[in-house]
Design a protein around this ligand. Structure first.
Ligand SMILES: NC(=O)c1ccc[n+]([C@@H]2O[C@H](COP(=O)([O-])OP(=O)(O)OC[C@H]3O[C@@H](n4cnc5c(N)ncnc54)[C@H](OP(=O)(O)O)[C@@H]3O)[C@@H](O)[C@H]2O)c1
Length: 275
């Protein structure tokens, strides 16, 4: 499978589908090979007008010629959307679901079985093409379909394949929910700096750019984050004093407990959504 020659159908045309379609178009993927389907006109019209893709409010017609189908509806409506298109998949397209918490087994059951299915967990920074997506495939998926999917999600950020589906709970707790943790850190840094006399605007910009710059250093270097942290900490200096304060207040344990709680919640929610 070659992504650039594939016809891609999005079932659901909301926030996430728009991000992915926008990313694909920015990376010069041909708009005429994309179709999106949703019940109402509101999102479809803006996608058609701004990105020039095809749209259809009939899911069965939309999937009929697709090589790749991206299921991008809310988890609560995924079963009915799958059952609706299940009779229109005799051409065996690649199915990619971005719905949080729904297992490949449930999707396979709802679609009638025996299809190549990939589950992907993207996150909201995909909107600025800085997303982080975790993926897992079933055994029907070929290497070339995996490569095409990596290329698809690389258009909105980075892509990491996990080894087994149970790890998707940790992906959800880390990168799925993670943008909110970083927003919390930026919010807290901003509030603290305002107390020290900076204006909210200056504090927010400096905090956000510091988070972005530090993250980029981790992604672009082979140096461990722990060492990068030490590199900023001169003995007796300001950073050392702040890090000692974080450590004495148990910040590392707080992150551990928060990610553990989010992972457990993902497991609970998946059990409730099981087919
Ligand atoms: N947002 C995130 O940060 C994020 C991160 C990771 C994963 N996800 C997953 O991405 C999926 C989509 O989330 P979202 O934030 O993009 O949701 P959203 O903005 O609410 O979009 C949902 C879309 O589904 C359409 N829809 C509803 N019922 C449908 C049906 N039966 N057939 C076809 N389309 C239907 C809606 O149609 P209308 O346009 O007519 O309303 C809308 O276009 C969810 O499963 C979520 O778990 C989201």
């Amino acid at each position: 499978m070659n992504l650039n020659e594939s016809r891609i159908c999005f079932i659901g045309a909301g926030n996430m589908a728009s991000c992915i379609i926008g990313g694909l178009i920015k990376k010069d993927f041909p708009a005429q090979q994309i179709i999106a389907s949703a019940p109402s006109e509101k999102n479809l019209k803006s996608l058609k007008d701004t990105l020039n893709i095809s749209v259809n409010s009939n899911n069965q017609q939309a999937v009929s010629e697709a090589d790749i189908i991206v299921l991008s509806v809310k988890p609560q409506v995924l079963q009915s959307a799958c059952e609706e298109i299940s009779g229109s998949l005799t051409h065996k397209p690649l199915i990619i679901s971005i719905a949080a918490g729904i297992s490949i087994e449930s999707i396979d059951l709802w679609l009638g079985g025996n299809l190549p299915i990939i589950r992907c967990m993207p996150n909201t920074p995909s909107q600025v093409l800085k997303g982080a997506s975790g993926l897992i495939a079933n055994t029907q998926v070929t290497d070339s379909q995996k490569q095409a999917t990596s290329s698809l999600f690389s258009s909105i950020g980075i892509v990491e394949w996990v080894k087994d589906e149970a790890q998707m709970h940790a992906v959800t707790a880390l990168s799925g929910s993670g943008p909110a943790y970083i927003f919390l850190v930026i919010e807290a840094m901003e509030a603290a700096a305002v107390k020290q006399g900076l204006s909210p605007e200056t504090a927010r910009k400096l905090a956000a750019q510091t988070a972005a710059g530090a993250a980029e250093m981790v992604l672009k270097s082979d140096i461990e984050p722990a060492q990068l942290k030490l590199n900023v900490m001169s003995p007796g200096g300001t950073t050392e004093r702040a890090i000692q304060t974080f450590e004495s207040l148990g910040l590392v344990s707080v992150f551990d407990q928060a990610i553990n709680a989010a992972t457990k919640r993902s497991i609970e929610m998946s059990a409730q959504l099981k087919g």
